[in-house]
Design a protein around this ligand. Sequence first.
Ligand code: BF8
Length: 675
Amino acid sequence: MAEEKKAKAVKAAKLADPIKASIDKATQEMIVRAQELGIDTVFDRAENMKPCNIGMQGICCKNCSMGPCRLPLPKGGIEGEDTRKSLCGATANTIAARNFIRMVAGGAAAHSDHGRCVAEVFLSVARKESKDYQIKDTDKLLSIAPYFDVAVTVEVDGEEVDRDIDEIALEVAEKAMNEWGKAEGELYYLKRAPEALYEKWKKQGVLPRNIDREIVEIMHRTHIGVDQDYKNLIKQGTRAAIADGWGGSMLATDLQDVLFGTPYPVQSEANLGVMKEDHVNLILHGHEPVLSEMVVAAAQTPEMVEYAKSKGAKGIQLSGICCTANEILQRHGIPTAATFLQQEMAIITGACDAMVVDIQCIMQNVANVANCFHTKLITTHPIARMEQENVIHIEFDEHHAMEDATKIVKLAIDNFENRRAEVMIPRHKNTQIAGFGVESVEYHLGGSFRGSYYTLNDNIINGRIRGIAGVVGCNNARTRHNEGHIEVVKELIKNDVIVLTTGCNGIACAMEGLLTPEAASVYCGPGLAEVCETVGIPPVLHLGSCVDNSRILLAAAEVVKAGGLGKDISDLPAAGSAPEWMSEKAISIGHYFVVSGVYTVFGYTLPTSGAPVFHDYLSKELENLYGGMWDLEVDPIKHAQKMIAHIDKKRKALGIDRARERVLMDMASRQALEA
Ligand code: BF8
């Protein structure tokens, strides 16, 4: 009877229309495949469960057991005074602001706890307690040491000599660890922001004291009966968001670069088609490179490759999903298998011998999908386990990292011969060049003579490059997979705006072929195409994972430093975007972009629309305080056009709007002559 009921429920469930669900051919094929096999994916589930309209608008308070109190907007909107209130009297503004900054807390906690884990590994390396990790990039270590007030030279007999690198490492590691909980002062990295921005933060009283404190204080202030002023609440959200972008995330990026190497451009491929039927497919999914770096190293040892061959495979094909994909791509050129929304599909290929996961963005349903196949699903992190019985837990510990990683690789190899379903790997994949960063952008666009962002600035000033956009963030099953990402990015580059990408936007762009220098002549306006062709770079530069959004902040700070484009990030012809965001991390990122001076547009929705006064505060008033502001635009073309309008506004304010007209005119007349 129960079985019959279940069968009926499955039958009654609506199935996703593959074409409406995704613009990507591989994804469309795999949606069909999953439906043929009777396996539900996130796309089908989105058809059968609608989001709560009141929650979406940010006006449901469930912070005490008298609620949840829901404050729907009256039909026809609010006329006159907004009298909505919860049982305790909290207004819509208070509730929306509380919910919003709790999302900031969640996002900042996720990025920063990731950063803490890297800092712990770095400390144990500096203490010589972890034999399997080493410091790979001493130059990076030396470049960040001064921000922690750690001297890199020492005086011996009246002469300045280089300090011992191990001593520097230990001091940096201890001071970095302290950023999460120091009792006094403010975060060291705040001084990396342009001075004008730092002064704005100081004036507003939002300089973060330590990372953990700002997150804890959000939880306190949003408890029933504490902070009841949306302006004061968002101020704390601002502190925590800055502690994420210029703190936890930036520390994660820097310490990862020190430990695992600073990325430089590498060629690779993206989409499910990177999986190989005749290889052991081991997929790395999650976020922290502490795990994935070791698995990559273990899988590339001759012993493991030989072992795979002894089991009848041609080799080991590693690939990545979500931001772990971006980490192993940018440092090792490991191909990217999937964006967030495709994770179930990687298993549905029938060729995934093992999927190893750590933290963040792992759908619990991958365990159910793995159960339909031979796939071993391996959790590795003590804070992220799964209840399903088929999941294997191998706890990863930096003190015996290589041993753990080898165990994982072996498990995948041993599972190769257990494949039981017909393998169906979609044939779609594309070439990508990834691995850009502050350093490599300087190398490619900086000009060796000036050794700074001078050439980039010059091209912005002369108008070949109209402006800079950071387009980042997730997929969201409530919008057509990758459509927002790709349409926004294409519209921007068509209008000569160079795009810096991270996260799942980076993966989407890679799948679409936008991360190649050749994309410039196909998709870009004439100015950007000329720059990309001259320098040999793609018009969309992949800067890594979500914590690497800190690279975008630092690149913006470098542009300010190079001169000619104002004194603050908010002066730059620049804008930010997350067309398909879904996670709390995206809200934290969005907010630190905004309060760092960037006009930031989100797609899909913002959880503020039910509290118009608070929404207006975020989208209008914040500009007066920090120079940046939030916006929401669902239509991708309008979304990009709003960013371009903001870029043009900034060009005008800088007095460089006419230069662009001249350049494009020159180019047009040149082209006319050539014709
Ligand atoms: O870490 S993996 S879905 S949350 S964008 Fe978004 Fe993608 Fe998750 Fe940022 Ni990265």
